[in-house]
Design a protein. Structure first.
Length: 393
């Protein structure tokens, strides 16, 4: 169901987003999210919005080099996915180069994104993720190594990052310039520091500053885009060349349909009934079962999406509880049949923030990490271990 508002077309929006040799028609990118942006979810989103760039879950370079079977499954794409996009995590330029070489030589992707934004303690405590750009030469070496390998097949490389570790240790302007100098095709900024995690408001002024600083490649904005109107407002306020959406699409794969419409200057929005939402949820579950080739595993995975899909709708606590325990498509069908399919879109109650915002936290870092932008020998050992710690995929 779509609703059209009687308003003039939107103006001042970016055209197709150019990332290397790829033109992304809607200037919209799906942010990688662990356990969410697998092939099943990407397929669901693509059905209503084929002109968006959909990025895989984060893949660790070490796992690629070790040819971890689960990791290679996470790198799989549907035949219709184009460009095929993979996000890599690495803390070591040698391993990053080796992983990129495998992906390039085996034709597993058309675009590589590098993750320097992860704020979780198991990554930052060893200097990885959003902690890494503080070590400027290490950051430069990783970006340069992957760009060089990917360039052998004309595969563009982009960089996703946060503002820095905290407000006293900001890295995004230096990192943006380094990424540009090393040949990255675009940079994306989540307007929060690692210490914020997902709390507070994203700093869109920082996105504007990055856009004003990095002038030779596209700059993408990320953070607090819960609706197409938010995306339009971010572009107007920051001048960014495109937007990256993460938590806003949880339980709302049709958000990308809204975003593509907005990028065309249209004021048409998807406002589904509960019946349409139920059908979408059921299709998502079926895609997950196919993705895992395991009905129980697929149904267990859909459980975490239930609250997001039903946000604002009159489903009742018992129904929500039962749906969160489904273990088969038959059980899911029986429960969905009990919903009021005619219940209309609940409006504001279904909008806004999704996922946990949390609270600011002290970033867990290696000892002495902030003493200098240069790596000590001990810190070199620790960052190598950081990649091994998350190498399961």
């Amino acid at each position: 169901m779509r609703t059209s508002y009687a308003a003039p077309p939107l103006a001042g929006l970016p055209g197709p987003l150019r990332i290397g040799r790829h033109a992304i028609g809607s200037a919209v990118v799906l942010a990688p999210m662990a356990g969410i942006t697998n092939r099943a979810f990407r397929r669901l989103c693509r059905e209503g919005a084929p002109d968006t760039l959909y990025v895989s879950e984060m893949i660790t370079s070490r796992a690629v080099v070790e040819r971890n079977a689960e990791t290679f499954r996470l790198m799989e794409h549907d035949p219709q996915e184009s460009p095929r996009s993979v996000q890599l995590y690495s803390v070591d330029p040698v391993t990053a180069r080796a992983a990129a070489r495998i992906i390039v030589e085996e034709d597993r992707a058309d675009h590589l994104d590098l993750n320097f934004g992860c704020p979780v303690p198991k990554v930052t405590r060893k200097g990885g993720g959003s902690a890494l750009p503080w070590k400027r030469e290490l950051f430069r070496a990783i970006v340069g190594a992957v760009v060089q390998e990917a360039g052998r097949r004309d595969i563009p490389v982009t960089v996703k990052m946060r503002k820095g570790i905290d407000d006293e240790h900001l890295t995004y302007l230096d990192a943006g310039l380094i990424a540009q100098a090393e040949g990255a095709s675009a940079v994306a900024l989540h307007g929060r520091t690692a210490s914020q995690h997902y709390s507070g408001a994203a700093d869109w002024a920082a996105i504007r500053s990055l856009k004003e600083t990095v002038t030779e490649i596209p700059v993408l904005g990320n953070g607090d885009i819960w609706s197409a109107d938010d995306a339009v407002r971010m572009i107007a306020e920051t001048g960014c060349d495109g937007i990256v959406v993460g938590r806003g699409c949880l339980g709302r794969p049709w958000l990308f349909t809204d975003l593509e419409a907005a990028m065309r200057g249209e004021r048409v929005r998807v406002q589904p009934t509960l019946g349409v939402v139920a059908d979408t949820l059921r299709r998502h579950a079926a895609y997950l079962v196919e993705f895992y080739d395991d009905e129980r595993r697929g149904c267990r995975d859909i459980r975490k999406h239930i609250a997001w899909y039903l946000k604002g709708f009159p489903a009742g606590s018992t129904m929500r509880h039962d749906l969160a325990l489904v273990d088969s498509l038959k059980a899911l069908d029986a429960l969905l049949a009990r919903l009021d399919r005619d219940a209309p879109w609940p409006g504001e109650d279904a909008e806004g923030q999704r996922g946990r915002a949390g609270t600011p936290k002290r970033v867990v870092l290696p000892e002495g990490w902030l003493d200098s932008p240069e790596l000590t020998p001990e810190q070199q050992r620790l960052v190598a271990e950081a990649e091994l710690d998350v190498s399961g995929g």
